[in-house]
Design a binder for this molecule. Structure first.
Ligand SMILES: [Zn+2]
Length: 163
């Protein structure tokens, strides 16, 4: 069994907590760490993270924060910015880095789901891998099998279930 890698709820919107963390950093890196923690934990915090600030802050981040910041940076500043962007960060932050359906808290299994497909400006849901897979396949059981592509396995065909 793996240890849970999660984020405590009391870190959010807590300026004292951020300043305690910042005080432990090398002086010239404090500004970057403050920005990075505000990006992760403040509802009105920055919605993107310049690469230099991310790199400066990394040595002072905890394991769950390192996973999160890499996952989010790719979506707000990196190569997935056009299909995700600031709204995806806001959704993950508002969900407190937990699954919006079952509240599972391990940051390694979180997905940002496009609620209405990959359309710019539409909302996102923060879901764990299980809830995301169930949502994606929630109507599979009533779709007919396509004989051309056989997109559904035989075991999904109702005729195969024991009576
Ligand atoms: Zn879930």
């Amino acid at each position: 069994m793996y240890d849970l890698l999660s984020i405590d709820a009391d870190k959010f919107n807590n300026p004292c907590y951020i300043e305690q963390r910042v005080a432990l950093a090398e002086e010239k890196l404090r500004g970057s760490l403050r920005t990075c923690l505000a990006y992760l934990y403040k509802d009105d915090g920055p919605v993107n993270l310049p690469r230099k600030r991310l790199l400066d802050a990394r040595p002072y981040l905890e394991p769950a924060e390192l996973v999160l910041v890499q996952w989010l940076y790719t979506r707000t500043n990196g190569k997935l910015r056009k299909t995700y962007g600031a709204e995806s960060l806001k959704a993950a932050r508002a969900a407190r880095y937990r699954c919006s359906v079952c509240r599972f808290a391990d940051v390694r299994v979180l997905n940002l789901d496009h609620v209405h497909g990959k359309v710019q400006g539409t909302p996102f849901a923060c879901l764990c891998a299980n809830c995301h897979a169930i949502k994606s396949r929630q109507f599979d059981w009533m779709q007919p099998v396509d004989p051309q592509t056989e997109t559904q396995s035989a075991s999904n065909n109702l005729a195969d279930f024991p009576q």
